[in-house]
Write a protein that binds this ligand. Structure first.
Ligand SMILES: N[C@@H](CCC(=O)N[C@@H](CS)C(=O)NCC(=O)O)C(=O)O
Length: 221
């Protein structure tokens, strides 16, 4: 049995959870908040970051390495694309969402809206939140641009680029930074993913003391 060390609003944990569900891998969730700096967790991952996926014989660290492992070890439902070009495009977009979207949108939102509210009790920095929301708007424009040309983000088939993207977008949406009006292609894409039974459980979870906006888990939003 696999155990996933994660917390509800960690986008990289969401990416791994969704990839596992799509691949048909059952995981037991273990709540781990990295800022607690628990000794036992540092022994699993010296970087002290979620997610970590572990079973009785292997400990896997880093969402990209974990998703690569799933792709290499489970043949069913290939998620990177049909040929070298599609796979390169998938990897480009995975890096885009893991690094650029996370750095410009999700990380500042988590810091201002989650960490300060729940842990340090500091007032959020309104300018940082406004800047993250502006960046989110630019990223939605880019999603619209891609989805005007393709069925899914990296090509004709649903895959890891969609999983990496929706992991970040859903956390930003939970934290109230996504304005969907004017983004019909991105909204249609997100609605299609929200309706998947493999994604629904993620939408049902809540971070205690931090409720999402009312539209968050609705298919029609
Ligand atoms: N490259 C890593 C990034 C993981 C990451 O940044 N996790 C955050 C939580 S969402 C974390 O553990 N932050 C605490 C820290 O960096 O000390 C991955 O893809 O798994």
């Amino acid at each position: 049995m696999w155990r996933l060390y994660q917390y509800t609003l960690c986008p990289f944990s969401r990416k791994v959870r969704f990839a596992c569900a799509v691949k048909g891998v059952t995981v037991e969730l273990v709540d781990e908040f990295p800022w607690d700096r628990r000794d036992g967790f540092a022994a699993l991952n010296p970087a002290g970051q979620t997610p970590v996926l572990q079973n009785s014989s292997v400990t896997l660290v880093d969402s990209a390495a974990i998703c690569d492992y799933l792709e290499e070890t489970i043949e069913r439902t290939p998620l990177l694309g049909a040929g070298p070009e599609e796979r390169a495009e998938s990897r480009r977009l995975i890096a885009w969402f893991d690094q650029k979207f996370y750095g410009e949108v999700t990380a500042p939102l988590l810091s201002e809206r989650m960490y300060k509210r729940l842990f340090t009790r500091e007032a959020p920095d309104a300018a940082a939140i406004r800047s993250a929301a502006r960046n989110a708007e630019a990223h939605l424009d880019y999603l619209d641009f891609l989805l005007d040309r393709r069925r899914w983000l990296s090509g004709p088939a649903f895959g890891l680029a969609d999983i990496a993207a929706v992991a970040q977008v859903s956390v930003a949406d939970y934290l109230g930074a996504i304005e969907w009006d004017g983004h019909d292609p991105a909204r249609t894409w997100y609605s299609a993913i929200k309706s998947r039974p493999t994604f629904r459980p993620l939408l049902q979870e809540r971070m205690e003391g931090l409720p999402p906006p009312s539209h968050y888990d609705k298919l029609d939003f």
